[in-house]
Design a protein around this ligand. Structure first.
Ligand SMILES: N[C@@H](CCC(=O)N[C@@H](CS)C(=O)NCC(=O)O)C(=O)O
Length: 193
């Protein structure tokens, strides 16, 4: 059965699409336009109770939140080598970066776009500059977060910066800018922004 991606092109559903495209697997797009409130229908809320895009349905499995979708796809198609294998030494760092991308980097990036200035790390994240420091440390010499191997962590972390650019933001970090260009130059790279 073909996987179904609930998608609006002007949304973070582009992140899940990028992941599926990098995996090179079959999937079907189910247009779900936010401006038509298609993400708030009772049918859609049974898939994603939060009423947000994206969501992925694979037979009887439903997955919401981009990080979960990316991990699911990497796990379902291990041959695509989009995640360090379970049991490998890199696996812990991979899981950490996947969760970090959405628990700290995403809200910090959101604050930056909304021009919310706060150093109150009691919320669970600090600010976008602190997040950039962390990403720079993890990137090391690159070219990707896991050296030469492109993974779902690059989709999650990279897409946050691509999204930030789409809203007119600039990282002002040459190392991160070079990384984003590298990601967008990939044949299947997330193009907007
Ligand atoms: N952390 C979530 C963010 C999802 C999200 O905020 N989606 C937005 C679109 S970019 C949405 O559906 N907003 C509509 C709404 O909340 O009503 C993810 O990565 O899946």
């Amino acid at each position: 059965m073909t996987m179904k991606l609930y998608f609006d092109p002007h949304s973070r559903a582009q992140v899940a699409k990028w992941m599926l495209d990098e995996a090179g697997v079959d999937y079907e797009i189910v247009p779900t336009l936010i401006r038509e409130k298609a993400h708030k229908t009772p049918e859609f809320l049974k898939i994603n109770p939060a009423g947000k895009l994206p969501a992925l349905v694979d037979g009887r499995t439903r997955i919401f939140e981009n990080a979960a979708i990316c991990m699911y796809v990497a796990e379902k198609f291990p041959g695509k080598r989009l995640a360090p294998p379970v049991g490998s030494p890199e696996r812990g760092r991979y899981l950490s970066l996947m969760v970090y991308s959405t628990s700290q980097l995403e809200p910090a990036m959101g604050d930056a776009i909304m021009k919310i200035r706060s150093n109150n790390s009691a919320r669970g994240w600090t600010n976008f500059e602190a997040a950039k420091d962390a990403v720079e440390r993890e990137l090391g010499e690159g070219p990707y977060l896991f050296g030469a191997q492109f993974t779902a962590a690059d989709v999650m972390i990279g897409s946050m910066f691509i999204w930030h650019r789409a809203f007119g933001g600039r990282s002002n970090r040459p190392k991160i800018d070079a990384y984003i260009h590298r990601l967008q130059a990939r044949p299947k790279g997330m193009k907007f922004g």
